[in-house]
Design a protein around this ligand. Sequence first.
Ligand SMILES: [Zn+2]
Ligand SMILES: [Zn+2]
Length: 268
Amino acid sequence: MIRFLSISSGSNGNCYYFTNGNTSFLIDAGIGPRRVKKALLEHQLLLEDIDFILVTHDHIDHIKALGIISDKYKKPVYATKTLKGALLHHSITREALKGNIKIIKILEPNKIEDVVVTPFIVPHDASETVGFHIEFDNKNITLVTDCGEVTHDVLKFSKKADILIFETNYDEKMLKDGPYPDFLKKRIGESHHGHLSNFAAAEAIKEIYQNRERKLDYLFLCHLSEFNNTPDLAKQTVTEALISAGANRDEVLVVPLLRGEPSKLYSF
Ligand SMILES: [Zn+2]
Ligand SMILES: [Zn+2]
């Protein structure tokens, strides 16, 4: 059995936790160790007990505490080769991560403890950004975050998921009518290296559901914008897409991950 906790999701900081009781790991460390520890302790889980940290890309909301946690708790970080190079240059990680980053290969199954991780590139404006396909305790988990555009690989690895964590960053209408300056609206709304809208995610989810290779049980919606989205709107848009693709209403549990607070602890 796997347990999953979203400790924080969104531009204020991203951090996800997984364990099967034997191997435990974080994906990204964009919030401080005290908050990570506190969220885990609520469930009698310890930050000291994690085995490693995976990192998606070198934006601050994903790496702010990566160096601190890795260094303080002596935990290795796994990143792609390009990302390793970027982290060893980044002022926030370069000292603390020296000698403590291991390389994982893109589009290859990398075995780390009990986990098999396949990173795949997603288009985003960082040095290099990856999603992860993770085989862990007989479950397949796919994470797609900070993704400007849905690609062949995003669809391919999402179709293999029992548990899918997928970005729904903004609602088009809220972005258009919202408070952001034009250049930011452009970066988010028009760039193919920014973030996924609810609509783009919903279109992808339709295709993923209709061609799924596993039973898609859970769909967690991640990296929601503070100003240009609401959890209800993201959930509604994606749920409608699933129903139009032929899913029964409660067939896939759709859960928007909240920005500032940890999720429930989920068991699969
Ligand atoms: Zn981000
Ligand atoms: Zn990013």
